[in-house]
Write a protein that binds this ligand. Structure first.
Ligand SMILES: Nc1ncnc2c1ncn2[C@@H]1O[C@H](COP(=O)(O)OP(=O)(O)OP(=O)(O)O)[C@@H](O)[C@H]1O
Length: 295
Protein backbone atom coordinates (compact mmCIF):
# COMPACT_ATOMS: atom_id res chain seq x y z
CA UNK A 1 0.00 0.00 0.00
CA UNK A 2 1.35 3.41 -0.97
CA UNK A 3 2.02 5.77 1.93
CA UNK A 4 1.04 9.41 1.36
CA UNK A 5 1.72 11.01 4.75
CA UNK A 6 4.20 9.68 7.29
CA UNK A 7 5.52 11.33 10.42
CA UNK A 8 8.25 9.87 12.61
CA UNK A 9 8.50 11.10 16.19
CA UNK A 10 7.36 14.51 15.00
CA UNK A 11 7.78 16.95 17.88
CA UNK A 12 7.17 20.67 18.15
CA UNK A 13 7.63 22.56 21.38
CA UNK A 14 6.73 26.20 21.72
CA UNK A 15 9.32 27.09 24.33
CA UNK A 16 7.80 25.97 27.60
CA UNK A 17 4.47 25.25 25.93
CA UNK A 18 3.72 21.76 24.77
CA UNK A 19 2.93 21.52 21.08
CA UNK A 20 3.14 17.93 19.84
CA UNK A 21 5.31 15.08 21.13
CA UNK A 22 6.56 12.08 19.13
CA UNK A 23 3.66 12.06 16.70
CA UNK A 24 3.76 8.99 14.44
CA UNK A 25 1.03 8.82 11.85
CA UNK A 26 0.76 7.03 8.56
CA UNK A 27 -1.87 7.78 5.94
CA UNK A 28 -2.29 5.55 2.91
CA UNK A 29 -3.23 6.50 -0.63
CA UNK A 30 -6.97 6.78 -1.23
CA UNK A 31 -7.79 6.87 2.46
CA UNK A 32 -10.07 9.32 4.23
CA UNK A 33 -8.16 9.80 7.46
CA UNK A 34 -9.75 11.56 10.43
CA UNK A 35 -7.56 13.50 12.85
CA UNK A 36 -9.35 14.01 16.13
CA UNK A 37 -8.68 15.48 19.51
CA UNK A 38 -9.95 17.99 22.04
CA UNK A 39 -9.16 21.70 21.82
CA UNK A 40 -5.46 22.40 22.16
CA UNK A 41 -4.50 18.75 21.59
CA UNK A 42 -2.14 19.50 18.70
CA UNK A 43 -4.13 19.01 15.50
CA UNK A 44 -3.32 22.37 13.90
CA UNK A 45 0.31 22.17 15.03
CA UNK A 46 0.64 18.80 13.27
CA UNK A 47 -1.04 20.12 10.12
CA UNK A 48 1.09 23.29 10.08
CA UNK A 49 4.24 21.20 10.41
CA UNK A 50 3.16 18.97 7.53
CA UNK A 51 2.61 22.08 5.43
CA UNK A 52 6.01 23.55 6.44
CA UNK A 53 4.28 26.62 7.90
CA UNK A 54 6.18 25.83 11.11
CA UNK A 55 9.31 23.74 11.60
CA UNK A 56 9.44 20.75 13.91
CA UNK A 57 11.72 20.78 16.95
CA UNK A 58 12.64 17.16 16.14
CA UNK A 59 11.42 14.18 14.16
CA UNK A 60 10.49 14.08 10.50
CA UNK A 61 7.52 14.24 8.19
CA UNK A 62 7.12 13.18 4.59
CA UNK A 63 4.33 13.58 2.06
CA UNK A 64 4.42 11.52 -1.16
CA UNK A 65 7.76 10.24 0.16
CA UNK A 66 9.20 13.78 0.00
CA UNK A 67 10.52 15.79 2.94
CA UNK A 68 7.90 18.27 4.19
CA UNK A 69 10.49 21.01 4.61
CA UNK A 70 13.11 20.46 1.90
CA UNK A 71 10.60 19.45 -0.77
CA UNK A 72 7.77 21.75 0.30
CA UNK A 73 7.33 23.34 -3.14
CA UNK A 74 7.03 20.01 -4.96
CA UNK A 75 4.62 18.74 -2.31
CA UNK A 76 2.44 21.86 -2.38
CA UNK A 77 1.85 21.50 -6.12
CA UNK A 78 0.12 18.22 -5.42
CA UNK A 79 -2.04 19.10 -2.42
CA UNK A 80 -4.86 21.41 -1.46
CA UNK A 81 -5.23 22.81 2.03
CA UNK A 82 -8.26 24.44 3.59
CA UNK A 83 -7.61 26.05 6.99
CA UNK A 84 -10.12 26.05 9.81
CA UNK A 85 -10.80 29.77 9.61
CA UNK A 86 -11.04 30.71 5.97
CA UNK A 87 -9.94 34.32 5.54
CA UNK A 88 -11.28 35.44 2.18
CA UNK A 89 -12.08 39.12 1.94
CA UNK A 90 -11.98 41.83 -0.73
CA UNK A 91 -13.85 42.99 -3.79
CA UNK A 92 -13.03 39.98 -5.93
CA UNK A 93 -16.03 37.79 -6.75
CA UNK A 94 -15.98 34.09 -5.86
CA UNK A 95 -15.67 33.32 -9.59
CA UNK A 96 -12.69 35.68 -10.09
CA UNK A 97 -11.03 34.21 -7.00
CA UNK A 98 -11.37 30.68 -8.39
CA UNK A 99 -10.16 31.83 -11.83
CA UNK A 100 -7.16 33.54 -10.28
CA UNK A 101 -6.08 30.56 -8.16
CA UNK A 102 -6.87 28.16 -10.99
CA UNK A 103 -4.57 30.11 -13.33
CA UNK A 104 -1.80 30.20 -10.70
CA UNK A 105 -2.02 26.41 -10.56
CA UNK A 106 -1.95 26.23 -14.33
CA UNK A 107 -5.58 25.68 -15.34
CA UNK A 108 -9.11 26.81 -14.61
CA UNK A 109 -12.15 24.79 -15.60
CA UNK A 110 -15.29 26.90 -15.50
CA UNK A 111 -17.60 23.89 -15.77
CA UNK A 112 -15.91 22.32 -12.74
CA UNK A 113 -16.41 25.55 -10.77
CA UNK A 114 -20.09 25.61 -11.76
CA UNK A 115 -20.53 21.95 -10.87
CA UNK A 116 -19.19 22.43 -7.34
CA UNK A 117 -20.99 25.77 -6.89
CA UNK A 118 -24.27 24.02 -7.67
CA UNK A 119 -23.50 21.13 -5.34
CA UNK A 120 -22.60 23.47 -2.50
CA UNK A 121 -25.36 25.95 -3.34
CA UNK A 122 -23.21 29.08 -3.47
CA UNK A 123 -23.47 32.08 -5.80
CA UNK A 124 -20.01 32.72 -7.25
CA UNK A 125 -20.96 36.16 -8.58
CA UNK A 126 -20.91 37.73 -5.13
CA UNK A 127 -17.91 39.55 -3.72
CA UNK A 128 -15.74 37.69 -1.21
CA UNK A 129 -16.30 40.39 1.41
CA UNK A 130 -20.07 39.89 1.14
CA UNK A 131 -20.00 36.16 1.83
CA UNK A 132 -21.14 34.68 5.12
CA UNK A 133 -18.65 32.46 7.02
CA UNK A 134 -20.27 29.32 5.60
CA UNK A 135 -20.15 30.64 2.03
CA UNK A 136 -16.49 31.63 2.39
CA UNK A 137 -15.84 28.07 3.56
CA UNK A 138 -17.67 26.72 0.50
CA UNK A 139 -15.58 28.84 -1.91
CA UNK A 140 -12.37 27.64 -0.21
CA UNK A 141 -13.53 24.02 -0.49
CA UNK A 142 -14.43 24.48 -4.17
CA UNK A 143 -10.97 25.89 -4.79
CA UNK A 144 -9.43 22.90 -3.01
CA UNK A 145 -11.47 20.33 -4.95
CA UNK A 146 -10.98 22.10 -8.30
CA UNK A 147 -7.21 21.85 -8.10
CA UNK A 148 -7.45 18.15 -8.79
CA UNK A 149 -5.02 17.45 -5.93
CA UNK A 150 -3.56 14.09 -4.95
CA UNK A 151 -4.03 15.03 -1.30
CA UNK A 152 -6.56 17.21 0.50
CA UNK A 153 -5.62 18.51 3.95
CA UNK A 154 -8.72 19.94 5.56
CA UNK A 155 -8.77 21.54 9.01
CA UNK A 156 -12.30 21.21 10.41
CA UNK A 157 -13.83 21.42 6.94
CA UNK A 158 -17.48 21.36 7.93
CA UNK A 159 -17.43 23.98 10.68
CA UNK A 160 -19.74 26.73 9.48
CA UNK A 161 -21.59 24.58 6.94
CA UNK A 162 -25.28 23.86 7.43
CA UNK A 163 -26.28 20.18 7.88
CA UNK A 164 -27.48 19.76 4.29
CA UNK A 165 -24.21 21.08 2.86
CA UNK A 166 -22.23 19.03 5.40
CA UNK A 167 -23.91 16.00 3.88
CA UNK A 168 -23.01 17.15 0.37
CA UNK A 169 -19.43 17.73 1.49
CA UNK A 170 -19.20 14.17 2.81
CA UNK A 171 -20.51 12.82 -0.49
CA UNK A 172 -17.95 14.90 -2.38
CA UNK A 173 -14.99 13.69 -0.33
CA UNK A 174 -16.14 10.10 -0.72
CA UNK A 175 -16.16 10.67 -4.47
CA UNK A 176 -12.70 12.28 -4.30
CA UNK A 177 -11.32 9.29 -2.37
CA UNK A 178 -12.90 6.80 -4.77
CA UNK A 179 -10.98 8.62 -7.54
CA UNK A 180 -7.72 7.76 -5.71
CA UNK A 181 -7.31 11.03 -3.81
CA UNK A 182 -6.24 10.98 -0.19
CA UNK A 183 -8.07 13.07 2.39
CA UNK A 184 -6.61 14.07 5.76
CA UNK A 185 -9.17 15.97 7.80
CA UNK A 186 -9.31 17.19 11.36
CA UNK A 187 -12.74 17.25 12.90
CA UNK A 188 -14.71 17.58 16.09
CA UNK A 189 -17.85 16.17 14.51
CA UNK A 190 -17.73 12.54 15.55
CA UNK A 191 -20.79 11.48 13.57
CA UNK A 192 -19.26 12.71 10.30
CA UNK A 193 -15.98 10.99 11.08
CA UNK A 194 -17.85 7.74 11.66
CA UNK A 195 -19.73 8.18 8.38
CA UNK A 196 -16.84 8.98 6.14
CA UNK A 197 -13.40 8.11 7.54
CA UNK A 198 -11.61 4.82 6.92
CA UNK A 199 -9.11 5.34 9.74
CA UNK A 200 -8.57 7.84 12.51
CA UNK A 201 -5.81 9.05 14.79
CA UNK A 202 -6.74 10.55 18.13
CA UNK A 203 -4.37 13.10 19.62
CA UNK A 204 -4.52 14.12 23.26
CA UNK A 205 -2.19 16.51 25.05
CA UNK A 206 0.17 16.46 22.08
CA UNK A 207 0.47 12.66 21.86
CA UNK A 208 -1.23 10.13 19.61
CA UNK A 209 -3.35 7.91 21.86
CA UNK A 210 -5.00 5.79 19.16
CA UNK A 211 -4.58 5.12 15.47
CA UNK A 212 -6.97 2.57 14.08
CA UNK A 213 -9.53 1.81 11.46
CA UNK A 214 -13.03 2.73 12.56
CA UNK A 215 -13.94 -0.97 12.55
CA UNK A 216 -11.02 -2.00 14.79
CA UNK A 217 -11.68 0.87 17.16
CA UNK A 218 -15.24 -0.39 17.57
CA UNK A 219 -14.15 -4.01 18.05
CA UNK A 220 -11.79 -3.13 20.88
CA UNK A 221 -14.08 -0.86 22.68
CA UNK A 222 -16.39 -2.78 24.99
CA UNK A 223 -20.00 -2.16 25.89
CA UNK A 224 -22.33 0.35 27.38
CA UNK A 225 -24.44 -0.87 30.26
CA UNK A 226 -27.64 0.95 31.22
CA UNK A 227 -29.23 -0.10 34.48
CA UNK A 228 -32.13 1.24 36.53
CA UNK A 229 -32.32 0.26 40.16
CA UNK A 230 -35.47 0.16 42.24
CA UNK A 231 -33.45 1.14 45.30
CA UNK A 232 -30.91 3.81 46.10
CA UNK A 233 -27.43 2.80 44.87
CA UNK A 234 -24.39 4.95 45.51
CA UNK A 235 -22.14 5.74 42.50
CA UNK A 236 -19.12 4.58 44.55
CA UNK A 237 -20.43 1.01 44.15
CA UNK A 238 -19.18 1.14 40.56
CA UNK A 239 -15.63 2.12 41.27
CA UNK A 240 -14.58 -1.16 39.76
CA UNK A 241 -11.66 -2.00 37.48
CA UNK A 242 -12.91 -2.18 33.92
CA UNK A 243 -15.59 0.50 34.24
CA UNK A 244 -14.36 3.54 32.33
CA UNK A 245 -17.18 5.98 32.92
CA UNK A 246 -20.26 6.12 35.10
CA UNK A 247 -23.00 8.67 34.70
CA UNK A 248 -26.29 8.91 36.54
CA UNK A 249 -29.54 10.34 35.29
CA UNK A 250 -32.91 10.10 37.09
CA UNK A 251 -31.93 6.99 39.02
CA UNK A 252 -30.54 5.23 35.95
CA UNK A 253 -26.85 4.50 35.61
CA UNK A 254 -25.00 4.38 32.33
CA UNK A 255 -21.53 2.93 32.35
CA UNK A 256 -18.82 2.10 29.90
CA UNK A 257 -17.48 -1.38 30.48
CA UNK A 258 -14.08 -2.14 29.00
CA UNK A 259 -12.95 -4.88 31.36
CA UNK A 260 -14.50 -8.08 32.66
CA UNK A 261 -18.26 -7.56 32.72
CA UNK A 262 -18.78 -10.30 35.33
CA UNK A 263 -17.48 -8.11 38.15
CA UNK A 264 -19.93 -5.40 37.20
CA UNK A 265 -22.86 -7.77 36.91
CA UNK A 266 -21.98 -9.22 40.31
CA UNK A 267 -22.08 -5.76 41.87
CA UNK A 268 -25.38 -5.00 40.14
CA UNK A 269 -26.95 -8.26 41.30
CA UNK A 270 -26.46 -7.17 44.93
CA UNK A 271 -29.19 -4.58 44.35
CA UNK A 272 -32.81 -4.58 43.23
CA UNK A 273 -32.81 -3.99 39.48
CA UNK A 274 -35.77 -2.58 37.56
CA UNK A 275 -34.23 -2.81 34.06
CA UNK A 276 -30.89 -3.53 32.46
CA UNK A 277 -29.59 -3.21 28.89
CA UNK A 278 -26.17 -3.89 27.38
CA UNK A 279 -25.17 -2.63 23.96
CA UNK A 280 -21.93 -2.15 22.00
CA UNK A 281 -20.34 1.28 22.30
CA UNK A 282 -21.01 3.72 19.52
CA UNK A 283 -18.15 5.78 18.18
CA UNK A 284 -19.10 8.77 20.27
CA UNK A 285 -18.72 6.72 23.48
CA UNK A 286 -15.36 5.49 22.24
CA UNK A 287 -14.07 8.96 21.47
CA UNK A 288 -15.27 10.28 24.79
CA UNK A 289 -13.25 7.58 26.51
CA UNK A 290 -10.12 8.83 24.77
CA UNK A 291 -10.97 12.50 25.10
CA UNK A 292 -12.03 12.59 28.70
CA UNK A 293 -10.88 9.29 30.19
CA UNK A 294 -7.50 8.13 31.27
CA UNK A 295 -6.52 6.39 28.00
N1 LIG B 1 2.21 29.85 18.49
C1 LIG B 1 2.11 29.16 19.63
N2 LIG B 1 2.82 29.52 20.71
C2 LIG B 1 2.76 28.82 21.87
N3 LIG B 1 1.99 27.73 22.05
C3 LIG B 1 1.24 27.31 21.00
C4 LIG B 1 1.25 28.02 19.74
N4 LIG B 1 0.41 27.37 18.90
C5 LIG B 1 -0.12 26.33 19.59
N5 LIG B 1 0.39 26.29 20.84
C6 LIG B 1 0.08 25.28 21.88
O1 LIG B 1 0.24 24.00 21.31
C7 LIG B 1 -0.78 23.12 21.75
C8 LIG B 1 -1.52 22.54 20.55
O2 LIG B 1 -2.27 23.57 19.91
P1 LIG B 1 -3.04 23.34 18.53
O3 LIG B 1 -3.49 24.68 18.04
O4 LIG B 1 -2.20 22.52 17.63
O5 LIG B 1 -4.29 22.47 19.02
P2 LIG B 1 -5.59 21.97 18.20
O6 LIG B 1 -5.70 20.50 18.47
O7 LIG B 1 -5.51 22.40 16.79
O8 LIG B 1 -6.75 22.73 18.98
P3 LIG B 1 -8.20 23.28 18.47
O9 LIG B 1 -9.10 22.08 18.35
O10 LIG B 1 -8.58 24.16 19.62
O11 LIG B 1 -7.98 24.02 17.19
C9 LIG B 1 -1.66 23.92 22.70
O12 LIG B 1 -1.24 23.65 24.01
C10 LIG B 1 -1.37 25.35 22.33
O13 LIG B 1 -1.51 26.21 23.44
Amino acid sequence: METVIETKNLTKSYGKNRGIIDVNIKVNKGEIFGFLGPNGAGKSTTIRTLLDIIRPTSGSATIFGLDCHKDAVAIHWRLSYVPGDVNLYGNMTGKKFLEYFGSVRGSYDEDEAKKYAEKFDVNLNRKLKEYSKGNRQKVALIQAFMNDPDLLILDEPTSGLDPLIQQTFLEVIREEASNGRTVFMSSHVLSEVEKVCDRVAIIKEGKIVAQESIGDLKKKSGSVLAVKFSEEVRPESFKIDGIAGVSRLNGSYRMTVTGNIRKVLKEISDHDVESIAIQPMNLEDIFMQYYAGGK
